[in-house]
Write a new protein. Structure first.
Length: 500
């Protein structure tokens, strides 16, 4: 267990720049053209990095926090707060840093269209892969699939640039002991725009959403044959009812459901999750608040729509009980059907009955908050990418600032008592450091600590799960973007994607 550390203890940063590339694997048939040697020594390794790397003596690693900053990936010993030797450079636009079960960390590099693989014990690169060999660019969200007969994959979703030729899902083999580990083994085209995904618990199937595509709102893909990934079901805007009432003849007008957002409202899916108990997947349509229910394991998957009381937001995750699905929504909120200090709501769906069984209002600083947020830096605050405690008793909801709102500032970690999954109750929020835009946080492998990235402050707040209090603030350098943790005894921090 990570011991409690003194509150807000300043950390000095001793950066040791280096970069090592070796064992590079072709990505989706592409070649890696990124620089392999930044120190000019011709050996691909920085002059200040020890050959054996940190923690190489016994092969183990103490509890460690990995921080992807704009420009570099560093690591910090959680017992002392000191930065460990070794910093990986050429890290541009890092998103969704995740640790694997053996201490390897991986991260999508949106700005370089790469997937970076680093050995967390030594802080040496294992691989740096192009995120696509078929024209895909800008990998944003990453997922680890469930294990299918020992096979497991890192899925990088390439968002592209509103051109369907530049969007795809790229699958990297991450199974320990595999002959093709850290090589790309499959790729499939996706629809237009930002993507979210979720997976079947029983067979190699994926649901992926496309936020700006009305011809392909949500699709189901079968990747049992990695060389020939199949699209086996697609929901389009007409099926979802968008635009059907616009033309006089009652037909579907594609211009009404326009990816450019110039006319009408597209479905705009944003957030998917699988409920293991029912085997169904749920994707949120942010414009209407409807949930798309996907019969994921059926021989021919089908789609139904389930209405909710809110809209917007969309991050969706399954409760550890396997039955209930939680969806973060931006509305109702202060000024939009909600009360003062409200920053959205959580819709809870029972996957066994396909009923919304709870709509929980979210107060920015807690359930009793009555502050007026309008006109303040927290005016656009909303629920970010949430995660449950290991036992499912608590849900942690980092606050996000308004997307691309320059002066948005938020500093609250919202906490939900989810011990009764069908009747969640909000607890007082925890004040953390100052951040903006999308939130980033992680739950430690032992479930004892939550790490919240404070991008404006250049810090990470360490929250003790037992006391629900900030026990330390780590200075981690400018522009931290995403975090993960690992320790040999406790394993990796929570991972996005696997369901049990």
């Amino acid at each position: 267990m990570i011991r409690a550390l003194p509150r807000a203890r300043a950390r000095s940063l001793a950066l040791v720049p280096f970069i090592v590339l070796f064992g590079l694997a072709p990505a989706c048939g592409g070649d890696d053209d990124s620089p392999a040697d930044d120190d000019g020594g011709g050996d691909g390794q920085g002059d200040d990095q020890q050959d054996d790397g940190p923690d190489a003596g016994d092969g183990g690693i103490a509890p460690t926090l990995f921080v992807a900053r704009e420009g570099s990936l560093a690591s910090f010993d959680l017992a002392s707060g000191d930065e460990r030797p070794g910093t990986v450079t050429d890290v541009t636009g890092p998103v969704d840093l995740q640790a694997l079960s053996d201490g390897v960390v991986m991260v999508n590099l949106t700005g370089r269209s790469e997937i970076l693989v680093v050995d967390g014990r030594t802080m040496l690169e294992e691989a740096r892969l192009p995120s696509s060999g078929a024209g895909g660019t800008r990998p944003v969200h990453s997922y680890l699939t469930p294990s299918y007969d020992g096979a497991q994959y890192w899925v990088a979703l390439n968002d592209g640039d509103d051109d369907p030729a530049h969007t795809s899902a790229c699958l990297v083999d991450v199974a320990e002991g595999s002959d093709t580990r850290f090589q790309v083994v499959g790729e499939v085209p996706l629809g237009i725009g930002h993507h979210k995904a979720t997976f079947s618990t029983t067979r190699p199937r994926m649901v992926a959403s496309n936020i700006s595509d009305c011809d392909n709102v949500v699709s189901v893909y079968d990747f049992s044959d990695l060389g020939d990934i199949q699209t086996i079901a697609t929901l389009n805007g007409a099926d979802a009812g968008f635009g059907a009432a616009d033309p006089g003849d009652g037909g579907f007008d594609p211009a009404f459901c326009d990816p450019s957002y110039a006319r009408g409202l597209p479905p705009a899916p944003h957030g998917c999750a699988t409920a293991p108990l029912s085997g169904k997947a749920y994707c949120n349509l942010t414009s209407s608040g409807d949930m798309v229910v996907v019969d994921l394991d059926a021989d021919q998957p089908g789609f139904t729509l389930l209405g909710t009381a809110g809209s917007g937001g969309g991050y969706t995750l399954a409760h550890p009980d396997g039955r209930h699905v939680y969806t973060m929504q931006e509305s109702p909120r202060e000024g939009d059907g909600g009360v003062d200090c409200q920053v959205g709501a959580i819709a809870v769906t029972d996957s066994m009955t396909d009923e919304v069984v709870a709509n929980l209002p979210l107060g920015y600083t807690g359930p009793d908050c009555t502050d007026v947020l309008t006109g303040t830096a927290a005016e656009t605050a909303n629920a970010g990418h949430a995660f449950f405690s290991r036992d499912g008793g608590l849900l942690f909801v980092p606050s996000s600032g308004g997307f691309e709102v320059d002066d948005a500032r938020v500093d609250q970690l919202m906490v939900i008592d989810a011990s009764d999954p069908a009747a969640p109750v909000q607890l007082p929020s925890i004040q953390v450091g100052v951040h903006t835009d999308h939130s980033a946080a992680a739950l430690s492998g032992d479930g004892a600590s939550v790490f919240v990235v404070n991008a404006i402050d250049g810090t990470v707040s360490v929250v003790d799960v037992a006391s629900l209090a900030v026990t330390d603030t780590l200075a981690v350098g400018d522009e931290p973007r995403t975090v993960a943790s690992f320790g040999s005894d406790e394993g990796p921090s929570h991972q996005t994607g696997p369901v049990e």
